[in-house]
Design a protein around this ligand. Structure first.
Ligand code: PLP
Length: 377
């Protein structure tokens, strides 16, 4: 028999919480002809002649949930969708952690929203820093398990591939940690960049290990950051808990329509092609940056960006800025006081970076990444 989701993982004071009962969720389903239960307008807005926006949307639009489930290869009962994975992160924190009591564990350098959501909810954040291995980063799952027990934390947030590291956490490590924490904590594996990696998703482990929660998003590989569509893939019983905590109508109708279209066959084929191009350009970008004599480390990783360390991050940022190229200064993060993160753009963007680097006079023109890496290490 498959294991259940442990109620002990849910915030104690919310275990019997029913959530907001909206007009959409409280309708019994009896056949109806005239809908007068939600105080919607009697006729369509002048800017919406066909009236597509007149009604409140379904809390979890059926067609979108099914399209996401099919895209990620999971059962629709395991899907919860919302305004970006940012919202799913927030909902998980609020559903699991009692403010002022339960904590979360992160492993820096990592995505900033875990700590932001925790802080806004009055939940302490415990950090078990990653180890820099020179060309990638490593997460210490044994130390994380220890910290969860010491601090009585209820959630571990790990991104794989990581942001800003680009490094993947071995599946065996993730499963070991989830098993170790079975009744103690939820392990959130943020797979925002999974499409760019060669490591499979851990989503299909959830039925055997119900304390795993996986985050996916349409913001990166699918090219829809503006639409704000994120997905939590969780045990069906945990999904029911999260839906009670989430805002009543988290998916606006125009967003539903765009996202369903983006998950159709034609758009998905184009997305798959863009992913392949990005992976190819990622190593070219790493190669170009490795040619800068000021660059001391390159983490090409398995996402859609490259992280670099430089003896002169200021000069590197200025050089790119002089050519109108904006990249992410990472110097505010602990352990990354000399680092810059560059997103993989188009082939033309890459040529602009190449031009900036070769013009700079600080470029040593390596013939390949390996050679550059040897210079660096
Ligand atoms: C970009 C990013 C997200 C944000 O995703 P949204 O769906 O746009 O909210 C989540 N996690 C990581 C690690 C990211 O880098």
């Amino acid at each position: 028999m498959k294991p259940h989701f442990s109620p002990a993982l849910v915030r104690e004071d919310l275990r019997d919480f029913a959530g907001y009962s909206s007009a959409r969720t409280s309708h019994t389903g009896a056949p109806a002809r005239i809908w007068l239960n939600a105080n919607e307008a009697a006729s369509a807005s002048a800017i919406d002649p066909e009236g597509q926006q007149r009604r409140y949307p379904q809390p979890q639009p059926r067609d979108l949930v099914e399209a996401l489930a099919s895209c990620y290869g999971v059962n629709p009962a395991m899907v919860i969708t919302g305004r970006g994975s940012d919202e799913v992160i927030d909902v998980i924190v609020r559903a699991v952690c009692l403010p002022g009591a339960d904590g979360i564990v992160i492993s820096s350098p990592t995505f900033g929203m875990y700590a932001v959501s925790a802080r806004l909810h009055g939940v302490p954040v415990h950090d078990v820093p990653q180890t820099d291995l020179g060309d990638r980063w490593s997460v210490d799952v044994a130390a994380i398990a220890h910290t969860v027990r010491e601090t009585k934390s209820k959630i571990v947030f790990l991104a794989s591939p990581g942001n800003p590291t680009g490094s993947v956490i071995p599946t065996a490590d993730l499963l070991w940690l989830a098993t170790e924490l079975s009744d103690a904590a939820v392990l959130v594996v943020d797979e925002a960049y999974q499409e760019f990696s060669d490591q499979p998703s851990v989503a299909d482990q959830i039925s055997d290990q119900p304390n795993i929660a996986v985050l996916r998003t349409l913001s990166k590989a699918h090219g829809l950051a503006g639409a704000r569509v994120g997905t939590g893939i969780v045990h069906p019983q945990f999904a029911q808990v999260l839906l009670r905590v989430q805002a009543p109508y988290p998916v606006p109708e125009p967003v539903r329509a765009i996202a369903v279209a983006a998950l159709g066959e034609v758009a998905r084929a184009a997305t798959a092609e863009r992913i392949q191009t990005t992976i190819k350009l990622r190593s070219e970008l790493a190669q170009i940056l490795a040619g800068l004599s000021s660059v001391t480390a390159i983490y090409a990783g398995q996402a859609n960006f490259v992280l670099v360390r430089s003896t002169g991050p200021d000069a590197l940022l200025r050089l790119l800025a002089d050519h109108g190229i904006v990249v992410r200064d990472m110097r505010h993060l602990p352990g990354l006081q000399d680092a810059v993160r560059v997103t993989v753009g188009t082939a033309a963007d890459l040529e602009a970076i190449r031009a900036a680097c070769t013009e700079s006079g600080a470029w040593i023109s390596p013939t390949d990444v390996e050679q550059a890496k040897q210079r660096i290490t």
